[in-house]
Design a protein around this ligand. Structure first.
Ligand code: HEM
Length: 385
């Protein structure tokens, strides 16, 4: 039934539509439950009293991602989110605007001058990594390592140029060592960066532990990297398929933010998020037992035509864009303002310089995952401005 999810596909959407119609809530052979309709997906993502984010049980001391806020329920989640929000503020994000513009300009120049331009390699991958590295206060010259780590975390392993393999556990271990050193050094001599501000954050005398900060740094690196890369490449791919939209945007650049939101809905960078049931519950008439993994298919919810009429069309002027690409409820993406800002600045810049491009569809490659949706390679046939 879920064979369509075994291989990464540009179009998992027909499969989702079939599931929404015939098996909106489906238990697979491994006893994992899959949820496909918009309202059910929202319920699973937001009802933390039943659907827990503690997917690997209690906090494991050696696993910082399992200890980070994305894997916690209230009250611990509330405390962690309030503490990190003191450092990761709208003001801190807005302050990045001119730096994002500079990086955009620089990367675009290289892409444009390249003899074999690849949008992912030369633009959509480096932009978010450089921004996060600068935000955290770590050298962006380490971005190759960041890429290897985040790939290994997202897909379970990553093949290195020298033929070796980096696994999820290796990547996590290397990140622990890397960030531990930086955290210790900021403790001794704080700088004007996110890690130093995380060390200062306090609520009622409670501060973040070394492990909390480690978990948050690793989470940001992983959560903020691949996702924003995919938003940018999915937008370019969509504009390639809808040249009229690109022309419409040229005439009305103020519609770019709307185009970013419709891209988030239409080709959602994160296709699913999972939870673990705490107790027996009824969801749209089905009884779900306790202790079950539940996969909430965000990519399907965002194509549910009961909520988004003509859901399989990219409609620039769509109103009522209540997509769940950034999740829903208490875990709503903390980095959404940053991702939106990066996408808006980068794509507006391309409009301003009158970027003309054709994606080489044959040589483009999808990321090997049904969790994140996007491209690992996107060569451009034509690229002028
Ligand atoms: C949470 C998607 C960019 C940091 C989430 C969640 C989703 C998501 C779906 C909800 C997880 C859940 O309910 O279990 C995206 C997408 C992005 C993006 C589609 C880009 C287009 C970013 C960036 C950052 C970031 C740039 C940071 C630099 C986080 C964090 C959480 C989160 C820290 C956990 C929030 C919590 O548990 O309270 N994101 N994200 N994300 N995201 Fe993002």
């Amino acid at each position: 039934m879920l064979d369509f999810l075994k291989q990464p596909s540009l179009n998992p959407f027909d499969g989702y539509a079939y599931m929404r119609e015939h098996h909106p809530i489906y238990e697979d052979e491994q006893g994992v439950w899959h949820v496909f309709c918009y309202e059910d997906v929202k319920e699973v993502l937001s009802n933390y009293a039943i659907f827990s984010s503690k997917r690997s049980g209690d906090i494991e001391a050696y696993d910082p991602i399992s200890a980070s806020l994305i894997s916690q329920d209230p009250p611990r989640h509330r405390l962690l989110r309030s503490l990190v929000s003191q450092a990761f503020t709208p003001k801190a994000i807005a302050a990045l605007q001119s730096r994002i513009q500079e990086i955009t300009k620089e990367l675009f120049h290289h892409l444009h001058e390249s003899a074999s331009p690849d949008f992912v390699k030369q633009f959509s991958y480096p932009l978010p990594v450089i921004v996060i590295a600068e935000l955290l206060g770590v050298p962006s010259s380490d971005q190759e390592r960041f890429k290897e780590w985040s790939d290994a975390i997202v897909t379970g392993s990553h093949a290195l140029e020298n033929g070796e393999e980096i696994t999820y556990d290796n990547a996590q271990q290397e990140m622990i060592e890397y960030f531990s050193q930086i955290i210790s050094s900021r403790k001794k001599s704080p700088k004007d960066d996110l890690i130093s501000r995380l060390l200062e954050a306090q609520i009622d005398g409670e501060a973040l532990s070394h492990m909390d900060i480690l978990g948050f740094c690793i989470l940001l690196l992983v959560a903020g990297n691949e996702t924003t890369t995919n938003l940018l490449s999915n937008a370019i791919y969509t504009f390639h398929n809808y040249p009229d939209v690109w022309h419409q945007l040229k005439a009305n650049p103020e519609l770019m933010d709307q185009a970013v939101e419709e891209t988030l809905r239409y080709r959602s960078p994160v296709q699913n998020m999972s939870r673990l049931t705490i107790s027996e519950t009824v969801l749209s008439g089905r009884i779900l037992p306790p202790g079950k993994f539940v996969v909430a298919w965000i990519g399907s919810a965002n194509r549910d035509d009961r909520v988004f009429p003509q859901a399989n069309e990219f409609i620039l002027t769509r109103t009522n864009l209540r997509h769940v690409a950034f999740g829903h409820g208490i875990h709503f993406c903390l980095g959404a303002p940053l991702a939106r800002l990066e996408a808006s600045i980068a794509l507006r810049y391309m409009l301003d310089v009158d970027f003309q491009f054709v994606v080489d569809e044959k040589r483009s490659e999808l990321i090997n995952s049904n969790f994140v949706y996007g491209f690992s390679r996107m060569p451009l046939e034509q690229c002028t401005s």
